[in-house]
Design a protein around this ligand. Structure first.
Ligand code: C2E
Ligand code: CA
Ligand code: CA
Length: 764
């Protein structure tokens, strides 16, 4: 019993103990709750006082209370956003959402003892607001489970922008320091200021003389930049033209109505620009280098911040512009020959290396003309160096007016000059050399002494004569030496045969002009035979030129030159008349069924009066259009679509057309889709190879077959053997032409041939 009594009193005691402990716990809990309540109150009061937004998140229900300031920070009214977590979820930048949630979790799980995060949120009108979010955990319940999270939002957009501006500015300074190209820096500067002022577009113009040149404007339309580029500045030429002229800031509130824009507003208005503020860009000594322009698509004047930025933008750009212009000046000095203003030796070396590289890449050829004045030393010695300088200047001027703008002329030093030219057409280098010789040898008066300068020119080709600068210069030098050896005042190629060829072509060129007048031209004719009927179907007229000194000149050679020097029209006119007259003569002699084929150069095809010329020729001579056949190469179809019209006009006249050298061009059958010709002439090249090469035989066979299916007559040219004739016959080819029957021959020989009917014997 004593035991039991003791136990009971012990229990009571313990109970008492427990009770008081419980009360203590309760008290503490109540105290804590109260304290929290108070701190929360204070907290929210503090929030209301500061310009922060408040949020209160019930972690069990995901209800979130957003304070009015929280909402207005993002541009919303109290009633516009729902009080739940989705609201935040839909406004936070998706790129930041996961990071924020992770930080929340870390904090709730106790891995971090505070919560603070920066995130981007979307403002109601679309722009981004940078928000700094901080929170405090409010735990309730004895299990320590997190129940509420209360936090604040602070708008840190301005600070963020300032940071971004600072880092961009640092980036630009770095670009300046490491010497990036000015254009690149201009763009970076424009973009930096544009990102600070949504909707703004910036431009930088450089002043050169009194012209405004495009510097940078990455956000303005190219069309506008091009319209402004090259404008002359003046007292009322938009904002920038005016500010560069006056050296003063020009703020135009409304482009549409401001008189300063009256003359050029048509360039700006279509692209939306409505206001433009311009600050002159000056160098360290105050000289106006250009202007910085800021545009908006609405009429406005700058606020304080915009004005500050306009001024600092112009200053920053000024640093870049001044440095850029100084560098350009240095380069100019290094790259210009002081005496003559031509490119310097340094520039020549650099340029040659560049075009060697690009020519290598594109498989191009270029020529180097090495020019050296003959007996320049005499001038220097007898008349003095001033006279020598004067002569060199004059020579430089003459070279400049002789060459094309694309030719690169340099003075290598002393009396040596170099010209780099792209061989745009045959003999171009030789042509330039010839013109230079001519230009330089014009008399000149220096200090009342009359001089007749002369020079020698060596020509070398890349890559034929040298694949790099030094090899080329060496080849040029050797050819120059050859030219001097040959007697000065002339040019020489590195390869002697080129010099001879060029010489020969020049002689052709010179003499061709009078070939018609001097009656050096003649025609030969080559018959075309119909294999099936055995009749002579027609003849092709081929031009011959005999020159008393040059001898017989190959038609391939002089026809090409005639095309180049504009002689092809009179030449063809002569051929047409002569050939048609011969046809009339043959008809009178009883050969009624004959046709006359005449070759027409592609370049003549596009000549305005070509169709008329043909018509006049046949009318005057008196033959039927269908008795004349014009041979043109298939290339004509690809070169110019206008050729198709000419084709049609000729067809309308009733003239026959045949495609010469068929199969050697690029398009062949494809080209036939567009034109209606009457005959295809299979080129000699195929007829030659047909016997030895199976593939060629297949090709000829398909040409005949397809040609016939498409409705063309087929003429095979260059037939030299009976074997070839046999094959062509078997393939179904109707008409043949070639040495087997007759070489091209004079009219009398052809008459004889037609009378004797020897061709029939050959046909067997
Ligand atoms: P083409 O129009 O392809 O003329 C055919 C050429 O092949 C002619 O050379 C002719 O003599 C030659 N030939 C014909 N049959 C044979 C053969 O069996 N064997 C060999 N080896 N050759 C044969 P030709 O007369 O030297 O004319 C060359 C080119 O000159 C012509 O090529 C044509 O493109 C041009 N040509 C000639 N006369 C004129 C003309 O009056 N005006 C124009 N624009 N070009 C012409
Ligand atoms: Ca021909
Ligand atoms: Ca041909």
């Amino acid at each position: 019993m004593g035991n039991a009594k003791q136990t009971k009193s012990q229990l009571l005691e313990e109970l008492q103990q427990l009770r008081s402990e419980l009360t203590a716990v309760k008290l503490t809990a109540e105290k804590r709750t109260h304290e929290l309540y108070v701190s929360e109150e204070r907290f929210s009061l503090a929030m209301r006082g500061a310009n922060d937004g408040l949020w209160d998140w019930d972690l069990e229900t995901d209800d979130v209370y957003y304070s009015p300031r929280w909402k207005s920070m993002l541009g919303y009214e109290e009633s516009e956003l729902e009080n739940n977590l989705n609201t935040w979820g839909s406004l936070v930048n998706p790129g930041d959402k996961a990071v924020v949630l992770e930080k929340v979790q870390d904090y709730l799980d106790g891995r971090k003892d505070s919560f603070e995060v920066e995130m981007r949120m979307r403002h109601k009108d679309g722009h981004e607001v940078f928000v700094l979010s901080r929170a405090l955990l409010v735990t309730r319940g004895s299990d320590d489970k997190p129940v509420r999270l209360v936090g604040t939002h602070v708008d840190i957009t301005e600070r963020k922008k300032a940071e971004a501006y600072d880092s961009k500015q640092a980036g630009i300074l770095e670009m300046i320091a490491i010497g990036r190209p000015a254009a690149e820096i201009y763009d970076a500067i424009a973009l930096m200021y544009e990102s600070r002022h949504p909707g703004m577009r910036c431009s930088m113009l450089e002043l050169s003389g009194n012209k405004l040149l495009h510097g940078g404007a990455p956000s303005l339309p190219q069309e506008y930049c091009e319209a402004v580029h090259g404008l002359e500045n003046g007292p009322s030429v938009g904002s920038c033209g005016t500010s560069t002229f006056t050296g003063q800031r020009v703020l135009v509130e409304n482009i549409e109505t401001d008189p300063k824009w009256a003359k050029i507003k048509q360039f700006a208005l279509p692209h939306g620009m409505r206001c433009c503020w311009s600050e002159p860009i000056k160098n360290s000594s105050g000289k106006v280098l250009g202007a910085f322009g800021m545009y908006y698509n609405h009429p406005a004047l700058p606020d304080e911040k915009e004005l500050k930025d306009l001024i600092s933008a112009a200053r920053l750009t000024g640093i870049v512009m001044e440095r850029d212009q100084a560098q350009k000046r240095i380069r100019m000095l290094a790259y210009t020959d002081e005496l003559t203003g031509l490119a310097s030796r340094a520039y020549f070396i650099q340029h040659t290396e560049e075009i060697t590289k690009s020519s290598h890449r594109h498989g191009h050829r270029f020529g180097l003309l090495y020019i050296d004045l003959d007996d320049f030393k005499c001038v220097n010695d007898s008349l003095g160096h001033d006279a020598g300088d004067l002569l060199l200047k004059t020579i430089a001027q003459r070279l400049l007016t002789t060459c094309r703008e694309t030719d690169f002329i340099a003075r290598l030093g002393g009396d040596e000059f170099c010209i780099l030219i792209e061989e745009v057409e045959d003999d171009y280098a030789a042509n330039v050399a010839k013109r230079c010789l001519e230009a330089i040898s014009q008399p000149i008066e220096i200090y009342s002494r009359k001089l007749t300068p002369a020079c020698s020119i060596g020509i070398a080709y890349y890559p034929d004569d040298g694949e790099n600068l030094s090899a080329l210069l060496k080849a040029g030098d050797i050819s120059l030496y050859t030219a001097k050896e040959n007697g000065k005042n002339q040019y020489a190629f590195y390869k002697a045969e080129l010099t001879h060829k060029a010489e020969y072509r020049f002689q052709i060129e010179q003499n061709l002009r009078e070939a018609i007048e001097k009656q050096q031209l003649s025609l030969v004719y080559q018959p075309q035979i119909n294999i099936n009927s055995g009749e002579i179907f027609g003849v092709e007229a081929l031009l011959r030129w005999y020159h008393p000194q040059l001898g017989q000149v190959a038609p391939n050679e002089f026809v090409a030159i005639a095309e180049r020097i504009g002689m092809i029209k009179p030449l063809t006119e002569w051929v047409l008349r002569t050939a048609c007259s011969q046809l009339v003569a043959w008809k009178k002699a009883g050969f009624q069924q004959l046709r006359m084929a005449v070759n027409i150069s592609p370049s003549l095809f596009l000549d305005q009066g070509f169709v008329l010329l043909v018509k006049r020729s046949i009318d005057e001579v008196g033959i039927a259009p269908a008795e004349l056949e014009l041979e043109v190469t298939e290339g004509i179809v690809q070169t110019d679509p206008r050729n198709l019209t000419v084709f049609q006009d000729l067809k309308d006249l009733g003239i026959l057309l045949s495609i010469d050298d068929f199969g050697t061009g690029y398009s062949s059958f494809a080209s036939l889709k567009h034109l209606q010709a009457d005959y295809l002439k299979i080129d000699k090249y195929f007829v030659d190879d047909m016997l030895t090469d199976k593939k060629t035989l297949t090709l000829v066979s398909s040409m005949v077959e397809m040609g016939q299916k498409l409705g063309y007559g087929i003429i095979a040219e260059g037939v030299e053997t009976l074997e070839q004739l046999d094959i062509l016959k078997n393939l179904g080819c109707e008409i043949v032409q070639g040495y087997l029957f007759s070489k091209p021959a004079g009219a009398d020989s052809i008459s004889e041939l037609m009378n004797s009917q020897t061709h029939k014997a050959i046909l067997g």
